[in-house]
Write a protein that binds this ligand. Sequence first.
Ligand code: NAD
Ligand code: UDP
Ligand code: UDP
Length: 343
Amino acid sequence: RSTQTFNLYNQRFNAGAKIPLGLKRKALRVLVTGGAGFVGSHLVDRLVERGDSVIVVDNFFTGRKENVMHHFSNPQFELIRHDVVEPLLLEVDQIYHLACPASPVHYKHNPIKTIKTNVVGTLNMLGLAKRVGARFLLSSTSEIYGDPLEHPQKESYWGNVNPIGVRSCYDEGKRTAETLTMDYHRGAGVEVRIARIFNTYGPRMCIDDGRVVSNFVAQALRKEPMTVYGDGKQTRSFQYVSDLVEGMMCLMESDYIGPFNLGNPGEFTMLELAKVVKEVIDHNARIEFRKNTEDDPHKRKPDISMAKSLLGWEPKVSLREGLPMMVEDFRQRVSFGIREVVK
Ligand code: NAD
Ligand code: UDP
Ligand code: UDP
């Protein structure tokens, strides 16, 4: 494959890709790996709405057909059951690479599979991007900062990660995925984008995925005590899913590679989060303290000045506005007695 051939493909496939969101543009063929999952399915909704042809590739480890089945009658939409650890041949213009379990309970369930997904899966999708000249966006994570010694975290911070801990299949996996992404850019000229995503919540999260927002909401709705791990003074910053999707699309269409932090800087302790959930769902909800998990980061808050100034993006939905929108979806699913445990 000569560089020249690659460049030709690149120009053809990316024609129209730089037109700002909202203006009339050529429909693109977009691959969303992990598109049947929580974030992926919301991204798919926006891409379909924009008029793009969307292919979702998902192995349904944590994703669900229900998240995308409202598109089944649309000829511009296609769903493929496939594991990204295996090679894949498709012709597309853009790849949003999200395939990877995201909740600690899910990614620790089969850590070897998690790291294979992050390393081999990302390598395959980069190989695909290189072959067809597609633009590739990696959904990385704030977990690459580990238990951060810098607060809030800027993109220039290299992180404080335990390479042999129980979370490393995910955080070291994503760090390697970032490395691969940059090496395919530098070495093979692939157009890449890297998003470092901070804790995100919203409708369609797996009810029992063990993440703190889904746990507290489901527990409060089921009249079970909310389980606060450790002393509950650790912090996270919670972003509503529509803000994230907007940020990912802005980044994909921009001229910048990143990495960019995409998160909501509003920082809460777990005890404060429990208080907000109480206000929104049930003032009588109780709290129960549990032992914390290993290597749990003490604090996390994004510095988003880079995304603000270069992408013109910032989150719009506060926790108090976003939680009720998620609660409606959870209330329906909980009322059907749905429990979604790791397969
Ligand atoms: P999710 O578990 O709902 O979605 C992940 C999707 O990937 C699922 O549909 C799952 O079935 C699929 N998948 C997993 N392994 C696969 C494989 N080997 N082959 C094909 N499909 C596979 O999680 P999410 O919250 O939607 O996360 C999506 C992406 O965003 C992930 O890459 C995650 O690391 C990243 N991210 C999410 C958050 C967050 O708070 N939600 C934070 C940081 C990063
Ligand atoms: N790959 C893929 N689809 C493609 C092109 C490549 O899944 O359309 C996979 C390929 O099987 C390989 C990986 O991506 O495992 C990296 O591909 P690349 O061409 O960069 O490396 P090589 O095949 O030369 O090792
Ligand atoms: N957590 C908690 N109760 C729960 C689940 C999680 O207090 O039922 C805490 C957890 O210890 C961590 C924070 O909430 O400090 C965020 O955990 P989550 O699994 O949602 O995401 P991550 O650790 O990946 O940020």
